[in-house]
Design a protein around this ligand. Sequence first.
Ligand code: GLN
Length: 506
Amino acid sequence: MSPVDGLHRESALGLARLLAEGRTSSEEATRHCLARAERVDRELGAFLALDPEGALAAARASDARRRAGEARGPLDGVPLALKDNLVCAGLATTAGSRILEGWRPPYDATAVARLRAAGAVLLGKLNLDEFAMGSSTESSAYRVCRNPWDLARVPGGSSGGAAAAVAAELCAGALGTDTGGSIRQPASLCGVVGLKPSYGRVSRYGLIAFASSLDQIGPLARTTADCALLLEAIAGHDPRDATSLEAPAGGYLEACARGRAEGPRGLRVGVPREYFVAGIDPEVEAAVRGAIAALAAEGAELVELSLPHTRFAVAAYYLICTAEASSNLARYDGVRYGLRVSPEAAGAGGELEAMSAASRGRGFGPEVKRRIMLGTFALSAGYYDAYYARAQRARTLIRRDFEAAFARCDVIATPTSPIPAFALGEKQGDPLQMYLADIYTISCNLAGLPGISLPCGLSAGGLPIGLQLLAAPLDEPQLLRAAAAYEALSPATGLRPPLASAEGAA
Ligand code: GLN
């Protein structure tokens, strides 16, 4: 019997195996994903755009390579999707903003080009908070994105579309971006695995910039090994990104295999006191403490830690990210972008529409405006030392806390989000409440560390809870080894959201 009916349930590595064994084709898998996405996503809102023609052409090319004995590796023919702040030649890229509506970039982001080179099929572009600013995907200018575990709740953000699409089994994996938690927090809220690589590990070329000293591209998938597989494809030096590191990349799948085979025996797991304090949901605390106890029961050594400057993280992050955003977003002035060429005018010589999108009031949404104003203020003469310079000093102290901690442990274990998925609309009117959703994830970006979130339990209400693991810069192998070891023990491994299990085959 053809395995086609269950194709959406397969992990990326599972699909790779079926493809290698000739039990399905990339075209069959791609059609299956597209049909499911067409149907399920009407309600879910994970995609901003599907690209059926491009995806099917890539799938057929992959099948032809395989027939010729020239398959490029495990990702060849596997359907994936991209957060819509990653530029992709010929595909509209919006960053969730009206100001970029209709823009078709002429080039691929390096991470996207590397996925294509590995033979991956790109299904389309995923929903996000405008310019990746937010924790709920509610600031997308285009459509509401829902959580597949409970459609009345948010998927998290800003890579909410990526987490929702992976959880609902509309694609085998996705690329998201993480500036202060935007891969890990939605992964946690949607019950999938999300990996933020070390700063500089993955090229940012072609990522629409939010805060350049914090942004990283990384994978979301249903297993740790799938995240490792995607990271193998996208990691490594790129001369087009001056902040990309030259250090050799790779060994990620091997690290997962080792974690699965050896378990957490001998792993030194740091448990920072500052991450288990008032405000954390008791069910989240119980699930994360349970995960840490499970690691200890299998031979991990627990190391009690203090990261004393954690209390400055939210303030430092929101000063630095808004300052950088105010500078990065200055290019969207309504002159260079947000202008439209009407098809007739374009035919007649490329005249621009007289009014820009911005001047029609279709520019930035309220969160983006708020951040540009905050960042401009923080950088202004007379205030620079009081705000931006002090935030940078706090950032150094936070980084040093981690340096001291990693002298004593291999990974640090914490909750990813203080609460499970919240209701749509619940925090939208209160930016400060929304900013606190990142309290456990932002220090990792400030210090440039790699971090991963993976499912560690469900709340009584049936919502996923995530465990966050952090490692020293460039120590993705140790991080993945620990994550794979925990994944093999986790009570949440293999749980599927009601939306995916209720849905039949396409
Ligand atoms: N939620 C955080 C913010 O709003 C992080 C966003 C991100 O990681 N892109 O800035």
